[in-house]
Structures are given as structure tokens and as C-alpha cells.
Design a protein around this ligand. Structure first.
Ligand SMILES: NC(=O)c1ccc[n+]([C@@H]2O[C@H](COP(=O)([O-])OP(=O)(O)OC[C@H]3O[C@@H](n4cnc5c(N)ncnc54)[C@H](OP(=O)(O)O)[C@@H]3O)[C@@H](O)[C@H]2O)c1
Length: 317
């Protein structure tokens, strides 16, 4: 059974360097996937309110604890404060909602999902849009005020570590300037096509771990997409280590000191994605994988007005 090693966060807690992502483009249950992943050695699960997977994770954890496969403290659960709960007086409410969904007494890592706040209609309206509009109704809540409210969650023992997601360097710096409790991670889209080398250096210099979402570029081996993974050179590297192009893509990320959370529902893929800790890519291979960077994003959060003052992706990094 494969196991991911851990990395020490600036909060002092250890985080496994690979987790199971639980977002799906099609509404689905992650219950079987999470239970299987735990059986196969995964100890880190990544979720968020709008993924709809928190309750499945809660049930899976309860069952696996009852079976004696894990204890609560063996698991590292990452979830996120969604944009509808950015107002400082809504932050604890958002956190308690996640705790209730997950059936947990504490969350290991709680991230601000995105720097822009949305109006709150109800807890299930994740993208509050006016009829006929393509973009959500945002508000002007400053994410540094949201951050200060998130610090209180640590002080109350509801969460162990707090972090950011989809923050650019300047926004991260603003949080660092005002914080009492430092962000431990920034979870951003990062893979061979958008390798975030500048943001990675910025974060490393500040003892912030970069977590990678969309780490396998939403691979589809049947369709041989994306081309950066399914080509002769990447395949040759995969063949050399008796691995797949997806495993090479994940190893590249881990070897750079980042933490991928590949989403997978199928058992063979769940097995494959954690089976990357028995080989090491050479400097030349890392250089080749670096060269695949085009900066192309999959997740632009197209439902957010790009002119909003806190929209993060207009900056270079
Ligand atoms: N913070 C954020 O704003 C944010 C945004 C997006 C995602 N995330 C997190 O990051 C996680 C990963 O991102 P993602 O799921 O969008 O993209 P991803 O991990 O790059 O791709 C997931 C897709 O790749 C396929 N796949 C996974 N492992 C594979 C393998 N070994 N071989 C072939 N195909 C494989 C999966 O197939 P199947 O569908 O068949 O399993 C799924 O369709 C999410 O689940 C979520 O937890 C966070």
C-alpha cells in the first residue's frame, strides 16, 4: 500500500504531500472513492462547500474509523470557506457548516477558496446570479477582513491551520502584512501546463506551501488529452520508470515541493495517483517538464467579473 510522506506546515502540523481531490464536473457521489482511497493509504482529502462532497467524506471517515482502519488524527482534511461566507460575521457560520457536513470536531486545513466575496442568498446558492446574467453578484468585502475572522477559528479550535486558494502574490502579501496567523498554503491551479514558477518561488520564500489543483490537467487517456502528457517524450519518461504520463505529471509537482490533490473516482486511477513515491525524475527530465509550461488555465472562475478589484488572475502571478 502506497503512502504519501508529509511536509511540516508553518503552523507546526504535518500534511501529506498528496491528497485526493473531490470535485467533479458531473454531480456524483464520492463515498466509494473516498472509502477506497483510505483503504489504499490516502490520508489527505481535499474538498470545498460547492463540490457537494463534504457529506460523503464525513460518512466515509465515520465508517473507516468504526472499522478501525483509521483514527481521526491519522487523517488530514482540507476544506474551504466559500465566497458567500466572506463577511466577517458569516465566517464562523461557514466553518460550522463544513464541520457539520463533514461530521468533524475540527478541520485540519481551512482555506479561503477565492479572494472575491459573493452575496449570500442561501447556503446552496453557490453562484448567486441575477436572471439572465452570466456573472455572480459579488460584494466588496476585503479578503483581509475575512482572514482576520478566519484567525478566530484557529483560536477557537475549530480549525488547525488556515490558508489561501487562488490568491496572487500581491494579495498574499497583503494578508501577510496584517495577519496574526500566517497562511500555511496557497492552493492554485498548477500543473505542467501552468507551472506557477514565479508564484512558487514567492510562496517558498515566505514558508507557504503551494498546493496544486487540476494537477493532472484533467487527463483523459482514452482521448489522449492533454497533448502535453500524451506525447512521445512524456511517454518515454513514463516507460523508463514503468509509470504512466499522469504519474510523471504528479511526480514533477511533488519533486518541486508542491502538494497535488488529483481528483479521481475510478479505483485504478486512485491507486495510480498515489503510486509515485518509488522513483525520482532526473534534472533533465524536470527541465523538459518545465518546458511544457504555456500558462494556460483551465479554471478561470469565468462566473466572476474579471473587472472586480479582487479578481486574482489579471496579475502576472
Ligand atoms: N481551490 C480551487 O479553486 C480548486 C479548483 C478546482 C479543483 N480543486 C481541487 O483540486 C482537485 C483536482 O482538480 P480537478 O479534479 O479539477 O482536476 P485534475 O485532478 O487535474 O483532473 C481530474 C480528472 O482527471 C482524471 N484522472 C485522474 N487521475 C487519473 C489517472 N491516473 N489517469 C487518467 N485520468 C485521471 C479524472 O478522471 P475520472 O473523472 O474518471 O476520475 C478526472 O476527470 C479537485 O478535485 C478539487 O479537490 C480546487
Amino acid at each position: 500500500m502506497a503512502r504519501a510522506p508529509t511536509v511540516k506546515l508553518n503552523s507546526g502540523f504535518e500534511m501529506p504531500v498528496l491528497g485526493l481531490g473531490t470535485f467533479s464536473l458531473n454531480p456524483t457521489s464520492f463515498l466509494e472513492a473516498v472509502k477506497y482511497a483510505i483503504d489504499r493509504g490516502y490520508r489527505h482529502i481535499d474538498t470545498g462547500l460547492p463540490y457537494g462532497s463534504e457529506k460523503d467524506i464525513g460518512v466515509a471517515l465515520k465508517e473507516k474509523i468504526a472499522e478501525g482502519v483509521i483514527k481521526r488524527e491519522d487523517m488530514f482534511i482540507t476544506t474551504k470557506l466559500w465566497c458567500i461566507h466572506h463577511e466577517p460575521d458569516k465566517v464562523e457560520y461557514g466553518c460550522r457548516l463544513a464541520l457539520k457536513n463533514l461530521g468533524l470536531e475540527y478541520i485540519d486545513l481551512y482555506l479561503m477558496h477565492f479572494p472575491v466575496g459573493f452575496i449570500l442568498v442561501d447556503d446552496e446558492t453557490y453562484q448567486p446570479k441575477k436572471p439572465g446574467s452570466d456573472v455572480v453578484t459579488t460584494n466588496d468585502v476585503d479578503y483581509v477582513d475575512t482572514w482576520k475572522a478566519m484567525e478566530k477559528l484557529v483560536e477557537k479550535g475549530l480549525v488547525r491551520s488556515i490558508g489561501l486558494s487562488n490568491f496572487n502574490a500581491e494579495q498574499t502579501e497583503r494578508v501577510l502584512k496584517i495577519c496574526k496567523i500566517r497562511p500555511v498554503v496557497n492552493e492554485v491551479e498548477c500543473n505542467v501546463e501552468i507551472n506557477q514558477s514565479k508564484l512558487l518561488k514567492f510562496c517558498k520564500d515566505r514558508d507557504i506551501i503551494l498546493m496544486d489543483y487540476c494537477p493532472v490537467v484533467r487527463a483523459n487517456p482514452a482521448k489522449k488529452t492533454p497533448a502535453c502528457l500524451y506525447n512521445d517524450r512524456t511517454q518515454a519518461i513514463a516507460d523508463k520508470y514503468k509509470k504512466t504520463p499522469v504519474q510523471i505529471a504528479l511526480k514533477y509537482l511533488v519533486q518541486r515541493g508542491t502538494v497535488p490533490v488529483p481528483g479521481a473516482l475510478e479505483k485504478p486511477m486512485i491507486d495510480e495517483n498515489i503510486d509515485i513515491f518509488d522513483f525520482k525524475l532526473t534534472a533533465d527530465e524536470m527541465k523538459y517538464l518545465d518546458s511544457l509550461n504555456t500558462g494556460k488555465r483551465i479554471c478561470e472562475f469565468e462566473f466572476v467579473d474579471k473587472n472586480h478589484k479582487y479578481y486574482p488572475f489579471n496579475a502576472e502571478f
